[in-house]
Write a protein that binds this ligand. Structure first.
Ligand code: FAD
Length: 450
């Protein structure tokens, strides 16, 4: 996704670079901080806590690190991001300096979208009408957000968008946020830091895999129960119980809402309400091979397809200069299609190429791979989005619980929610709080009474 643009799998995964603890080896019996999840938030938290000299274990349900930011290094001839791909808000994104220091090649997203209408280019009047519809909608959303109006996007976009309404609905809703416009708060949208995105030549997933090097991750170890009834916490996993003084939970709000981890006692109502209010939308990459550049597209050229309903995708052509394209889908349509399974997703991709990109593209269409974040039991969606009235829930979600539990992850960041950078920043913030618990300031000397 590239929600910050104004104008608009079957796969083998990047080898985990984490210092995965061998399956037979048990983690230490008690640590200072146990972190649940080795995505961006969990990795950031672990690195910062380790640097502060604290004992840390990261429990990761999957057999690899990165969470929603991973790359397939096997199936595409280049590392292919299966989750996050756009490096949002590079100036504010804490991953960017780390990536640069590690030698990754970052470059600007060209972000000059090509508009297509049923396989053809637009007439000048169509191009102008589209640009005007999008600009006016964007302006109305941002004005409402700036004024602090906790209303849905759908309430403020102009009524006179004519036959561009479905396209705007897709771009601002399903594609930007993974939800329909009626489910997105103008304030949350306004808060999202918006600058020009970047890409990484070696993939975003490769950056996280690199930053995971040396982090003590225990892979294939799902937390099933977190008992915080006594001192510290006890985290149950199929491989045994781990005790810690504090716990940072970084799983998606969708995983929390599904009660996939049982908290004993239950999380406070304040956090439960926040979890429910910050539900995840849906967003999937359909990755198609179009050899020979049938559309004469430039590397990383984005396309906008005029929509006549929700069953539409947004192409990103020639990823990293290759012959692979994303056809990205979002919102309810993506959720339903993912639930129907990979065969249905591939059928849609194939039909879409023929109908929307035209006969040249249809003739060369080769392999199709699809992602399945929505049906992944350890993710269950794309990223959190606040509905009308729910924006303040982001800070509530991050409030410390019982001096030993912290919820972190993309959902807890006000400005970079839904991004890798926001998740990373949230992990670092959570560790700052955990360290305050672990190193309380010395008590002021008490005066002696004579
Ligand atoms: C298709 C897609 C495209 C995206 N595009 C972009 C983009 O272009 N740019 C961008 O910045 N962001 C993008 N995002 C969002 C971004 O990927 C996320 O915001 C970010 O990666 C979330 O990081 P996190 O650490 O908060 O959570 P996660 O990455 O979800 O990490 C949580 C970890 O917890 C693990 N886990 C779950 N349950 C358990 C359990 N019971 N026990 C132990 N571990 C568990 C999970 O396996 C996961 O590894 C995209 C997301 C998707 C799905």
């Amino acid at each position: 996704m590239s929600r910050r643009s104004l104008l608009v799998a079957s796969a083998a995964l990047a080898a985990s670079q984490a210092q995965a603890q061998p399956q037979g080896e048990r983690p230490p019996a008690e640590v200072d901080i146990v972190i649940i999840g080795a995505g961006a938030a969990g990795l950031a938290a672990a690195r910062k806590a380790t640097a502060a000299g604290r004992s840390v274990v990261v429990l990761e349900a999957k057999d690899r690190v990165g969470g929603r930011c991973i790359a397939d290094t096997v199936n595409f001839g280049l590392p292919m991001d299966l989750g996050a791909h756009w490096i949002h808000a590079p100036a504010e994104n804490p991953v960017v300096p780390l990536a640069r220091a590690a030698g990754f090649a970052l470059y600007d997203d060209p972000d000059r979208p090509r508009l297509m209408i049923k396989g053809r280019g637009p007439r000048e009047s169509e191009r102008e009408n589209f640009a005007s519809a999008l600009r006016r909608s964007q302006r109305a959303i941002l004005d409402a957000g700036e004024a602090g109006r906790e209303v849905a996007l759908s309430e403020v976009v102009p009524h006179d968008l004519g036959d561009w309404r479905q396209t705007v609905e897709f771009l601002k809703g399903a594609w930007d946020a993974g939800k329909e416009m009626a489910q997105i708060s103008c304030v949350d949208f306004y808060n999202a830091v918006e600058t020009r995105d970047m890409f990484c030549r070696q993939s975003y997933g490769a950056i996280l895999a690199k930053l995971a090097e040396g982090v003590p991750v225990r892979l294939s170890t799902a937390a099933t129960r977190i008992d915080w009834s006594g001192r510290g916490v006890s985290v149950e996993t199929p491989a045994g119980t781990l005790k810690a003084r504090t716990c940072i939970v970084t799983v998606s709000t969708a995983v929390l809402a599904a009660n996939a981890i049982h908290f004993a006692p239950a999380l406070p109502k304040r956090q439960q309400d926040a979890i429910n209010a910050l539900s995840c939308g849906a967003y999937e990459h359909l990755i198609v091979h179009l050899p020979g550049n049938p559309m004469e597209a430039s590397p990383d050229e984005p396309f906008v397809i005029k929509a006549d309903g929700p069953a539409v995708a947004k192409p990103l052509a020639r990823i990293g200069g290759s012959d692979w394209w994303y056809l990205d889908i979002g919102g309810r349509f993506a959720r339903d299609l993912a639930a129907a399974g990979p065969a249905a997703m591939k059928a849609f991709a194939s039909e879409f190429v023929g109908n929307e990109l035209g006969p040249h593209a249809r003739r060369v269409l080769g392999e199709i791979h699809v992602t399945s974040w929505t049906t992944d039991p350890f993710v269950r969606g794309a990223w959190s989005v606040a509905g009308p009235g729910a924006t303040p829930q982001r800070l509530r979600l991050a409030e410390p619980i019982g001096q030993r539990i912290l919820l972190a992850g993309e959902a807890t960041d006000e400005g970079l929610w839904g991004t890798v950078g926001g998740a990373w920043a949230s992990g670092e913030r959570a560790v700052d709080q955990a360290l305050r618990w672990l190193n309380p300031p010395p008590a002021a000397p008490r005066r002696r009474h004579r």
